[in-house]
Write a protein that binds this ligand. Sequence first.
Ligand SMILES: CC(C)(COP(=O)(O)OP(=O)(O)OC[C@H]1O[C@@H](n2cnc3c(N)ncnc32)[C@H](O)[C@@H]1OP(=O)(O)O)[C@@H](O)C(=O)NCCC(=O)NCCS
Length: 154
Amino acid sequence: MIYIYPFSNEYIDTTHRILLDEDLRKLFLLNRKIGYEDNKKFWESYLLNPNNNKVFAILEDSEHIGNCGLKNINNNCAEFWIYLEKKYWGLGYGNIVMKKLIENNFFRNDLDEVYAFVDIINKRSISLFEKNGFHKKDKVRINDNTVIKMTLKR
Ligand SMILES: CC(C)(COP(=O)(O)OP(=O)(O)OC[C@H]1O[C@@H](n2cnc3c(N)ncnc32)[C@H](O)[C@@H]1OP(=O)(O)O)[C@@H](O)C(=O)NCCC(=O)NCCS
């Protein structure tokens, strides 16, 4: 069973472990490995002051398997992001998470635009987002990758 909970201290170390995977970082457009202390500082600071971010942990039963969230929530726009630990890719969990987020109005009707950046090689994400109401907009370059901006249809 998949659960989605607000991010908290107990998910900091597992997040560090999940992000050690180089293939995940590449698809997630993270261009560097994140050290244990940097990860801890980042999340402790988020928990003290989320600013314009909202993060949720994704669990399969009691196991923390990924995170998702909105960032840069500004002027009624926000960027959506999601990652799962590599061993869970392609098993349908992404779709389950998206359905739950939509059901719970995670993408907030008051936001005029929700967008995501997806590498053009990332077929799984493109398919996941398209299946759940996003459509392809412009191509942009991020960290030497060609990336498609996808926006949620309103
Ligand atoms: C993106 C991610 C969350 C998707 O979750 P997932 O559980 O792997 O996705 P699902 O198994 O639900 O599959 C999603 C879609 O990809 C398709 N798919 C699965 N494996 C695939 C593969 N190897 N190649 C192409 N498509 C694939 C599925 O058929 C499904 O499409 P459908 O619903 O039209 O059938 C996950 O793969 C991930 O963490 N990737 C790395 C991080 C990332 O890329 N994040 C997105 C950018 S923010």
